[in-house]
Design a protein around this ligand. Structure first.
Ligand SMILES: [Zn+2]
Length: 213
């Protein structure tokens, strides 16, 4: 086990807002006045709570109808899966792929990726550095695309409402789905990433096989 010198060993603490290096003894950043904490341990609990809630909400988001479309007096209920199946049947494969990516692949990747590094931090699991960093990059990358899901839903509703005989309304799953997006986003946002760097610092490199564990 090796331990590289960290800021806290030198009595330094980084400001989370303006990135200024402050003395650990200071309670507030000397430049911007933000409260300083050398590690936000509570952020791990907060992140777990948000992530688990999001994972539970994925169930209603997938089993209840996400859209209720009334067309010529007939009401059609569509779940995320049946909606994608419909699009494939209607030969709209590119749109089906976009909807699948936005409403199934992205939320699942986010939840799995976050769970991997929360598990690594909380239970000190010997997950290789490469896997941890891959998970970290996936979440960072997906974060930018998080609005895609809502964008797809609004486009779909706008398209359907263009036909005067049709009326589309979001179903109960839409609320659950929107909460999944929001909560996964918050779970990634609240986590103090310095906890992950601490974890990587005391871990053997993934390229070498751990010998005395
Ligand atoms: Zn500051």
């Amino acid at each position: 086990m090796k331990h590289d010198v960290q800021g806290r060993d030198l009595g330094l603490c980084l400001c989370p807002v303006c990135q200024k290096n402050n003395a650990l003894s200071a309670h507030h950043c000397s430049r911007c006045g933000t409260r300083l904490q050398y590690r936000r341990k509570i952020s791990l609990q907060q992140s777990w709570a948000l992530l688990l809630t999001a994972a539970i909400l994925l169930i209603p988001a997938n089993i209840y109808p996400i859209t209720i479309v009334t067309s010529q007096g007939r009401v059609a209920y569509d779940t995320i899966f049946s909606g994608i199946a419909h699009l494939v049947h209607l030969d709209m494969l590119p749109i089906a792929i976009i909807v699948f990516t936005a409403s199934i692949a992205v939320p699942w990747l986010k939840i799995i990726g976050l769970a991997i590094y929360l598990l690594a931090i909380s239970f000190k699991l010997p997950i290789p550095k490469r896997v941890l960093m891959a998970g970290f990059h996936i979440i960072e990358w997906i974060g930018r695309w998080s609005m895609l899901d809502l964008f797809v839903i609004s486009i779909t509703v706008a398209l359907v409402n263009m036909g005067q005989l049709m009326d589309a309304k979001p179903g109960p799953a839409a609320t659950a789905f929107a909460l999944v997006i929001l909560l996964t986003q918050l779970a990634a946002k609240v986590l103090d990433t310095r906890l992950l760097w601490d974890r990587l610092d005391v871990q053997d490199d993934a390229n070498t096989i751990p010998q005395n564990r």
